[in-house]
Write a protein that binds this ligand. Structure first.
Ligand code: ADP
Ligand code: MG
Length: 236
């Protein structure tokens, strides 16, 4: 039987100054090894949900458990370390460091987590070898590895962001609209690579996107309106 990796319950969050909560989630649970997709129109709160799961934004009420730990009773430092050790985050805007090379961007993850460093070494022989393996698998050409990441195409930068998030096999990969810059052929290729690499690292996936065409690849699919209490009657 699979164990629960992440669970949210009765969780609310309002951005400062806003009257209505952007998140008001009754229940959301993710088993280890599973893939969950949350969709909804722009502005509905998808990125906010990921910020809460990652511990970047603190909810106003409710509970959030990750790897059996009660995240809302942790200090900021504890949350930051939990994220560094066990979560990979692919941001909508990538958040790569433009002045660092492709290879250094990917290896950087392992500087913030001994655990990720050890897992990368175990898998690849060294952190560098594992970064090279991931970049090769994600189809970044060798000629790009030493270049500043800003010299790459958007599609390539997105795959570098995925390699950075996946090095050291985090328990959970969080991905915010990772396919939004891709046409449909490249979207399918990207998702194939992503799913294959997740399986290899036994990482779970929480992905948000407005693009419902992705839904068929996931174990669970929700609209954010469905997750939000009182939102069961969404207009489609
Ligand atoms: P989505 O990712 O689904 O497009 P977001 O989570 O980015 O939606 O935004 C949901 C709502 O929260 C929007 O109304 C947005 O204006 C508001 N919001 C998002 N980020 C912030 C922020 N940093 N400060 C204040 N309000 C925000
Ligand atoms: Mg967003």
């Amino acid at each position: 039987m699979s164990e629960q990796l992440l669970s949210l319950s009765q969780l609310t969050y309002s951005w400062p100054g806003e009257q209505t909560p952007v998140l008001d989630i009754d229940q959301l649970a993710l088993d280890a090894g599973s893939q969950v997709f949350v969709h909804g129109p722009s502005g509905c709160g998808k990125s906010t949900l990921l910020s809460v799961v990652a511990g970047v934004v603190q909810p106003d009420s409710g509970s959030l458990h990750f790897l059996g730990k009660d995240c809302l009773s942790m200090s900021k430092h504890q949350r930051d370390q939990l994220r560094a050790d066990h979560m990979g985050y692919v941001f909508q805007q990538f958040n790569l460091l433009p002045y660092l090379s492709v290879l250094d961007n990917v290896m950087l993850t392992c500087q913030f987590s001994k655990l990720r460093r050890a897992k990368a070494q175990q898998r690849g022989g060294s952190v560098k070898q594992e970064a090279l393996r991931l970049l090769d698998h994600l189809q970044i050409p060798d000629s790009a590895l030493a270049k500043p990441v800003s010299n790459l195409s958007i599609g390539q930068q997105q795959r570098v962001a995925v390699a950075r998030a996946l090095i050291g096999s985090p328990a959970l990969l969080i991905a915010d609209e990772p396919t939004s810059a891709l046409d449909s052929v490249n979207r399918e290729r990207f998702m194939d690579l992503l799913m294959a690499e997740l399986q290899l690292g036994e990482s779970s996936l929480l992905l948000v996107s407005h693009d419902e065409a992705l839904a068929e690849r996931f174990d669970q699919t929700w609209s954010l309106a469905q997750l939000n209490r009182g939102g069961h009657h969404e207009v489609s």
